[in-house]
Design a protein around this ligand. Structure first.
Ligand SMILES: [Zn+2]
Length: 61
């Protein structure tokens, strides 16, 4: 079962905010997204519970 959830991602390099979709089905997901503006890789740790995102940790990959 997938729980696609849209979250706001603010780039730690250029500050651009974009919406991305993550799968909220599991407890904690670590993923890397490239910023659509400056193309730097952004490390994301998304914590989910019952199909909802409860915490997002953003850092420079
Ligand atoms: Zn950026």
């Amino acid at each position: 079962m997938n729980y696609p959830v849209s979250i706001e991602l603010q780039c730690p390099f250029c500050g651009e905010v974009s919406d991305i979709t993550v799968d909220a089905a599991e407890g904690a997901n670590s993923l890397i997204e490239d910023c659509t503006v400056c193309c730097h890789p952004i490390q994301l740790v998304v914590e989910c519970e019952d199909g909802e995102v409860i915490a997002v940790d953003i850092s420079r990959a």
